[in-house]
Design a protein around this ligand. Structure first.
Ligand code: ADP
Length: 220
């Protein structure tokens, strides 16, 4: 497999870090995985480009790894908040271009942003939201909150909408949402035209106001 140019480092091989690192590697990127724990490193050696045992709260270890040269560094240390924050701070000080850090809660996230993390992720919170939306409505396949008021959702076309064109369904006026794409089997219709008829089994992808999206989720 030809390696793509962007280079990633993932620090902390817990459940989240492992998943990020192996996915990037599978996508064809070079990935350096770092963990303080020798056992984790041993288990992981086949899954990514390089694995290194290092304590990333130690500035010299980070320097020795040449961490500055990576395009993106993901701080996936979970339980040890102090190590997570300190690592992020050191990465920022060393001039890492793009830092993605995992937060346990909102306060921790705020702190990471203040320190200079370019992106803060909340995997448990986000997955919890998705599962909850899927439990409330079996039509919901994917749910991503962009902000408290704005979301993207992927739902199986409710019976009520089948046979209507997008113009007839008039979802923008009724629910303040825009249909960005329709998945029909292997076909992806982007952007769908107003005269596109909604068919059974269609998967509709909306972006719009969370309130309106909730109403759509409840539609039979
Ligand atoms: P998750 O909740 O995603 O499973 P964990 O907190 O269980 O994450 O795992 C985080 C990983 O980060 C562990 O493998 C741990 O050894 C590693 N880790 C913790 N502190 C450091 C540190 N200072 N330097 C490098 N790795 C660390």
């Amino acid at each position: 497999m030809k390696k793509k140019n962007k280079q990633f480092a993932v620090i902390g091989l817990g459940r989240f870090g492992t998943s990020v690192a192996t996915t990037l590697y599978t996508l064809g990127y070079e990935v350096l995985a770092i963990d303080a724990d020798e056992d984790r490193i041993q288990k992981f050696s086949e899954e990514v480009t390089h694995v290194v045992q290092a304590d990333t709260t130690d500035e010299n270890s980070l320097k020795a790894l040449g961490i500055r040269n990576f395009d993106v560094v993901v701080v996936a240390i979970g339980e040890d908040v102090q190590a997570n924050v300190l690592t992020t701070l050191l990465l920022k000080d060393l001039g890492v271009k793009h830092i993605v850090a995992k937060a346990r809660n909102e306060l921790h996230g705020k702190m990471l942003s203040k320190i200079g993390a370019d992106r803060v992720v909340y995997p448990e919170r986000d997955m919890g939201q998705r599962v909850a939306h899927n439990l409330v409505s079996t039509n919901v396949l994917e749910y991503i909150e962009l902000s408290p008021d704005l979301s993207i959702v992927e739902i199986t076309a409710p019976k009520t909408l089948i046979g209507q064109s997008l113009a007839q369904a008039n979802l923008r006026a009724k629910y303040e949402v825009n249909v960005v794409a329709i998945k029909r089997g292997a076909e992806l219709i982007v952007p769908p035209q107003p005269d596109e008829n909604i068919k059974p089994g269609d998967i509709i992808i909306f972006v719009g106001q969370t309130k309106g999206i909730q109403k759509l989720e409840e539609m039979e």
